[in-house]
Each structure stands twice: as C-alpha cells, then as structure tokens.
Design a protein around this ligand. Structure first.
Ligand SMILES: Nc1ncnc2c1ncn2[C@@H]1O[C@H](COP(=O)(O)OP(=O)(O)O)[C@@H](O)[C@H]1O
Ligand SMILES: [Mg+2]
Length: 368
C-alpha cells in the first residue's frame, strides 16, 4: 500500500512541458484518494486544447506505475486558467481569456483565422466566444453562414450560437440599425465595449476578438482598452516581403499587452499533382521576424482553395473538412495558441501574487 506523500512525491516529478512546473505545485492533482491498493485522482489540465495533454497523462500513469500501483483510477479533466487582470472581473466575470487577433493590413486572412481558430478550440472541448470587432466590414456572420437577429433578454444581447461557439457581430445589426438609425456614425471602440458588456457571454474559456484590420487607430486603441490576455498576429509571406508585417509586429509589440504569437497564413501551396509544398513568396519569413521580435511562432496555414471556399460559403474548413491538411493546420495552431495562453495566464497569476493582488499591479491592461 502506498501513502499520499509517496503518490504526490512521484507525481511531482511530472513537469508540464510548457509551464516548466511540476503538476503537483500547479495544483493539477485533485480529489486524491487511496483505498487499499487502489489510487484514484483527477488530473486537471490547463486547457482541453493543450498540445501536451497526452504526454502529461502518460507521464502520470508511469509515475504511479513506478510506485508499484496496479489499480489506478485516473480522471482527466481540463480547467482553463484565467489570464486576465482581476480588475476586469466585474466587466466579464465568466470570461477567462481574451485573445485579440490583429494584422498589419486587411486581406491577410485575419477573419478566416479567427473563425477557424474559434471552431477548433470549441471542437477540442473549450467554451468559446467570437466577437467581430470589424465594425465597418463585419464578415464573421458570412463566414459562419450565420444569419441572425440577436434577441435581447433582461437587457442583455443573447449571442447566437453555431457549432458550439457564441458569436456577436455588427453584421447582425446593420439591417435593423439602418432602418432605425441607431448605429449611425458609431465609434468603433464604443460599440466593441458594448459587445463586451451588454452581451450575455456567460462562461467562456476563450473569447476571440477579430480586431479591425491594420495598425490604425481603431485596432490599437482596442488592443489597449479591452482587457486582453494576449494578441495573436496574423501575417502572410507577402506582408513579410513588403515589410508590413515588421511594422505591425513592432507596433503591437510596443503595446503593454502580451503577444500570443505570429501565425503565417497563406504560407505555401500544395501542388495538386505532386503534393509538394510550394512557397511562392519564400519560406520562413514569418518565423524569422517572430524571432527578430522575440515573439513565438505559432505555425503556418497553407494557401488552399478550400479555405477560401469555406470562408465564402459559410462552412469553414475546420467543420466542413475536419480531416483535411488545411483543417489540421488550424487545429494544430489552436493547440499551440491554447498552450501559449496558459503560459501567459500562469505568468499573470504569478505577477498578481508577487504584487499581493492582481488588479492594476499586473500592468497588463488599463481599465476601460
Ligand atoms: N489560407 C487561405 N487560403 C486561401 N484563401 C484564404 C486563406 N485565408 C484567407 N483566404 C481568403 O482570403 C480572403 C481574405 O480573408 P479574410 O479572412 O477576410 O481576411 P482579413 O480578415 O484579414 O481581411 C477571403 O476571401 C478568404 O477566403
Ligand atoms: Mg476581416
């Protein structure tokens, strides 16, 4: 028979490959009980989309087996860590992490990435919301094939749901607003803040915000005034070639908001005849500039006709062709992003603890 100390001692040797801390100190072991020869506990992972979940589970099983325990009842669960300053809790109490998606200019696939990323995270089991902050050119509803007039219940807008994600977009209101004239001359950040406060998001692990395109006033102001966990930057090899990506990275990197990483969209084409990957605009540009700025590189998404078709017909590839190479590229990126967000959340927590409390002290965001 083993003791609790022995079990915890052995589990302490299992280290989360991303957070570089042992799983016992991270509080990932819950409800440990020992009953005769039977050891039971829950392993609580930091995100259902963690790329290392199966590695950690394997290491845990090995650690217990090494103690000579044959009868292990292991439950694996995931509870996404919160990565936002506590001062924002009153604003969106149920939202754990906000990921803002930005780009240097329009047309690089920011919305396509936001939509497929949201769907991939939801498929992995996370609770996900998608906020279309592109107020003047909202394309999220079209990409999701979602036509809706959100209801208002108890003064809260109910976000329409599709494929397990909650969505809000100015696109849902344009027809109505043109009739009623309510939203004429809107100030972008005012509307986006309203989308944060007046929408009934309930509990979310990740709220993805598709920021307005470019590095103009609107995206930069939003990135600074919304309680963001981190910014994800979408770029393309063409942008890299034209130095737009460098400018954008430099600008977003200067904001006092953590950067989740860089996704390179339309990186390469797979030759239909020989399956060779063709890098039309050169290979490795996105990775190179991410290194230059010390920002993690998330991955490459291929240029693929199905991705465009999926966006244009309201059936994104992650749903319409889940087993395709292009869908896998998004799912893989989603996992890397979820892992990065866990790291940022853990860092924010630590900073909060260092400061004694977590509000203004984290310095990650300003109030709204
Ligand atoms: N990886 C890709 N392969 C093929 N077409 C893509 C890809 N990413 C985006 N597109 C297409 O490029 C166009 C611009 O994408 P969009 O997501 O609207 O960009 P943004 O939001 O940055 O303006 C759309 O027609 C979309 O379908
Ligand atoms: Mg867009």
């Amino acid at each position: 028979m083993v003791t609790v100390d022995q079990v915890l001692g052995s589990l302490k040797k299992v280290v989360d490959p991303e957070l570089h801390k042992d799983i016992v100190s991270m509080g990932m072991i819950k409800d440990l009980s020992i009953n005769g020869d039977r050891v039971a506990f829950t392993l609580e992972l930091t995100t259902p989309a963690c790329p290392f979940n199966s590695d950690i589970e394997r290491d845990v099983r090995n650690a217990i087996e090494n103690l000579g325990v044959k009868d292990l009842e292991l439950k694996v669960a995931a509870r996404v860590m919160e990565g936002r300053a506590i001062s924002m809790d009153e604003l969106l109490p149920g939202v754990k992490n906000i990921i803002a998606v930005a780009s240097g200019k329009g047309g690089v696939g920011k919305t396509t990435v936001s939509v497929n990323l949201a769907l991939a995270l939801a498929k992995a089991g996370a609770k996900v919301g998608l906020l279309d902050a592109d107020i003047y050119g909202p394309s999220v509803p079209l990409m999701l094939g979602l036509k809706s007039s959100p209801e208002v219940v108890n003064n809260k807008i109910q976000p329409p749901e599709i494929e397990g994600i909650k969505v809000i977009s100015m696109g849902f209101f344009y027809e109505r607003s043109q009739q009623a004239g309510i939203y004429r001359g809107p100030i972008v950040s005012g509307i986006v803040k309203q989308f944060l406060t007046d929408v009934n998001w309930e509990n979310l692990d990740y709220l993805i915000i598709d920021l307005p395109p470019g590095t103009g006033d609107a995206p930069l102001t939003l990135a600074q005034t919304i309680p963001i966990t981190g910014i994800l930057i979408v770029t393309t090899p063409q942008e890299v070639a034209m130095n737009v990506a460098v400018k954008a990275l430099g600008m977003f990197n200067k904001l006092n908001v953590p950067i989740v990483g860089v996704v390179e969209n339309m990186s390469y084409m797979r030759c239909p005849n020989c399956s060779e990957e063709v890098y039309l605009f050169g290979k490795g540009g996105g990775r190179k500039i991410s290194e230059q700025y010390g920002i993690p590189f998330i991955g490459e998404i291929p240029l693929h006709p199905q991705i465009m078709e999926g966006s244009d017909t309201g059936r994104p590839v992650v749903i319409s062709e889940p087993d395709s190479v292009q869908a896998h590229a998004f799912s893989k990126a989603a996992k890397v992003i979820a892992g990065r967000v866990s790291i940022i959340a853990a860092e924010m927590r630590e900073q909060g603890q260092d400061d004694g409390r977590n509000d203004s002290g984290s310095g990650k965001q300003n109030g709204m």
